[in-house]
Design a protein around this ligand. Structure first.
Ligand code: HEM
Length: 357
């Protein structure tokens, strides 16, 4: 499905399943080993349907409201300023923005969500970076295992010494209801990490590429930071970095946009095509930060629509505002054709982004 209207119709329709363990689910983005691992584990929120999905999502929705997240804003600003201070303090040029800013910012923001103690930040940041970098498969697996063990231990510590964070509140609520589920909380923490880290990091990098390669659009943003939220929506639409994640399986015969889909057939919803559908966005190939692109589908649509979207928006707004205010002469250090884009990844992005000023 590639039209904006059809994509929304599929993603909002309860007759399509998100359960990736079901036979026939179109999992073109996963290799055989990952698929086997997925099928051997209890499903995460992303792979649940109907009432089971609502029951998993409902208790954490309150943690991601605009109001609740506003309390995190000063902390995120500090984190962004800290990494930009480091960039400005170095004599070395060019700087790789991916390592200097895009990867560490969302990693430390997730530390805030999880309530990771300050003394563990370096460990957390180095392992999350390794998990998504162009290192060997062995290194990535080791980082994954170490993080999993760390998160397991962190939740255990919170069970006996609660703090003021998302997981301590989930533990208190589950205790009260008599449903304390340690393994479920570890999986939730890991889901937030995997769903919220690489996505936001890649969007930071591509957003910078998008603005630097369209100087007239950057001028609009620099002239009035009040326009940044709209610019963020347009960048999300333009790049649609998580295009491959919204596949579904029909559980009944359904007709969408004049196409008959039989029960048991898979549907690949291309949000990138939907977000470049001229019926929904005039001249979609133009990056136009003033177009008002809020109806884009970069965060998906329907019951599984991104839980962390308000957090991602806030991070992106703070990063773009702060970066271009503090380093107004920022520019790419290599021609655009030499930027190594992630062409074959599930989440689009860049491996490296050499910048200078
Ligand atoms: C620019 C950054 C991000 C993008 C583009 C993005 C994109 C998406 C998309 C497309 C989905 C829907 C998947 C589907 O329908 O099957 C999704 C779901 C989800 N996202 Fe995000 N995401 C981003 C950041 C975040 C952050 C920061 C968090 C949390 C820390 C997060 C947590 C989640 C979770 C938990 C789900 C599953 C929701 C559910 O199944 O009900 N995401 N995301």
């Amino acid at each position: 499905m590639s039209g904006h209207e059809e994509a929304r119709a599929v993603l909002a329709d309860g007759r399509f399943s998100s359960d990736k363990r079901k036979d026939g689910f179109p999992l073109f983005t996963l290799d055989a080993a990952t698929l086997q691992q997925l099928r051997s584990q209890p499903p995460l929120m992303l792979g649940m349907d109907g009432a089971e999905h609502s029951a998993a999502r409902r208790p954490v929705i309150g943690e991601f409201t605009v109001k609740r997240l506003a309390a995190l804003r000063p902390r995120i600003q500090d984190i962004v300023d800290h990494f930009i201070d480091d960039m400005l303090a170095t004599d070395r040029r060019p700087v790789d923005l991916v390592q200097a800013l895009s990867l560490p910012v969302p990693s430390l923001v997730i530390c805030e969500l999880l309530g990771v103690p300050y003394t563990d930040h370096d460990f957390f940041q180095s392992r999350t970076t390794m998990m998504v970098s162009r290192t060997s498969m062995d290194d990535r697996r080791r980082a994954f295992a170490e993080l999993r063990a760390y998160i397991d231990d962190l939740i255990t510590r919170k069970e006996s010494e609660p703090g003021d964070d998302l997981f301590s509140r989930q533990i208190a609520r589950q205790r009260q209801e008599g449903t304390l589920d340690h393994a479920g909380l570890v999986s939730l923490a890991f889901l937030l990490l995997t769903a919220g880290h690489e996505t936001t990091a890649n969007m930071i990098s591509l957003g910078v590429v998008g603005l630097l390669s369209h100087p007239e659009q950057l001028t609009v943003v620099k002239a009035d930071p009040g326009r940044t939220p709209m610019a963020v929506e347009e960048l999300l639409r333009y790049f649609t970095i998580a295009d491959g994640v919204t596949s579904r399986l029909a559980t009944e015969d359904v007709e969408i946009g004049g196409v008959s889909i039989k029960a048991g057939e898979g549907v690949i919803v291309s949000m990138l095509s939907a977000n470049w559908d001229p019926a929904a966005f005039k001249d979609p190939a133009d990056l136009d930060v003033e177009r008002g692109a809020r109806h884009h589908l970069a965060f998906g649509f329907g019951p599984h629509q991104c839980l962390g979207q308000n957090l991602a928006r806030m991070e992106l707004q703070i990063v773009f505002d702060t970066l271009f205010r503090r380093i107004p002469s920022l520019r790419l250090a290599v021609p655009m054709e030499e930027v190594p884009f992630k062409a074959d990844a599930v989440i689009y992005g860049v491996h490296e982004l050499p910048v200078t000023w």
